[in-house]
Design a protein around this ligand. Structure first.
Ligand code: ATR
Length: 279
């Protein structure tokens, strides 16, 4: 491990990334020497950037849109989660080997564990709304916890079918129009779509059939409390917001680059909340 790790998040654009706020907070909290910066890398420049990482000039970092899949053929080693999810969000070096993995599923699970201890022991079926990259991470996490039913619903059903085919049992696909009925079948409902995000229409989900105590997890974190979470809470559900997943997914990368496992503290969360509210 270098005395002063140089870490990064690459994306295009990357100015919106809140990762520097998270990692910068941990560097300061632990009085570490090192840095974490945003680097805008255009798709055509990705191979050159990866050569810089291989050379040892940089220690490791995060990968965001549009590079999460494109980076995979440029790596020497890909972790099991990234292979299952089909995308990489964390990079590091082992000697001159470039390695990558995906920490989104672990982040999703850690946050749920923190909010609702033992949720998996009392959750029979999960309802996952969406079938994009975030849905793949969530489904991977739910499979790891051994849920007996994972129901996937997506506006474009073909994408849900592809996801269920890639993962196999216990995923099953149902129709978008079945959503109001499915709400009553699940102990955990996860919105992985961008609906409800600032600037997007809300996820118009009828929660009339929601069972009290059902966990409703929205991976959207701008706004912090989406209309879906407000409604779930009104109906006796347990709301879980998306900011915790963002914070927890950052932990394994930081631990690799800096050799210190950081904590997701209320103070760190408050800093992120203030940043979100300020925009
Ligand atoms: P990510 O990698 O963040 O999951 P993505 O792959 O673009 O992003 O997936 C976005 C998800 O939001 C998809 O499930 C998408 O549904 P489609 O596959 O039908 O496009 C869903 N989504 C986005 N806008 C939507 C809308 N207006 N109504 C319903 N679903 C929507």
């Amino acid at each position: 491990m270098p005395a002063s790790p140089r870490c990064f998040v690459i994306g295009h654009p990357v100015a919106h990334s809140r990762s520097p706020l998270i990692h910068g907070g941990w560097i300061a909290e632990h009085s570490l020497s090192g840095s974490y910066e945003r680097i805008d890398v255009a798709p055509a420049d990705l191979p050159t950037f990866m050569a810089r990482l291989r050379s040892g000039e940089l220690t490791g970092g995060n990968v965001t849109v549009p590079h999460k899949e494109a980076v995979m053929p440029l790596l020497d080693q890909i972790g099991e989660a990234a292979r299952a999810i089909g995308a990489v969000n964390t990079l590091w070096r082992e000697g001159d080997r470039l390695c990558g993995d995906n920490t989104d599923a672990a982040g999703f699970l850690s946050h749920l564990d923190a909010c609702v201890p033992h949720w998996d022991a009392r959750t029979d079926a999960a309802l996952v709304i969406g079938a994009g990259g975030a849905a793949r991470a969530v489904c991977h996490g739910l499979r790891l916890r051994g849920l007996s039913r994972i129901i996937v619903v997506n506006r474009s059903q073909g994408r849900a079918d592809d996801l269920a085919q890639a993962f196999g049992a216990p995923l099953e696909v149902r129709r978008w129009t079945d959503l109001p009925d499915l709400v009553g079948e699940a102990g955990l409902i996860v919105n992985t779509t961008s609906l409800g995000m600032k600037g997007q229409p809300p996820l118009d989900l009828d929660l009339a059939a929601l069972r009290p105590g059902t966990i409703v997890d929205d991976i959207v974190y701008v706004p912090l409390k989406t209309a879906l979470l407000e409604e779930a809470q009104r109906r006796g559900g347990i709301p879980v917001d998306g900011l915790g997943m963002l914070l927890h997914q950052a932990v394994p990368g930081f631990a690799r680059w800096f050799g210190v496992t950081p904590a997701v503290t209320p103070a760190l969360r408050a800093r992120l909340e203030a940043d979100i509210l300020g925009h």
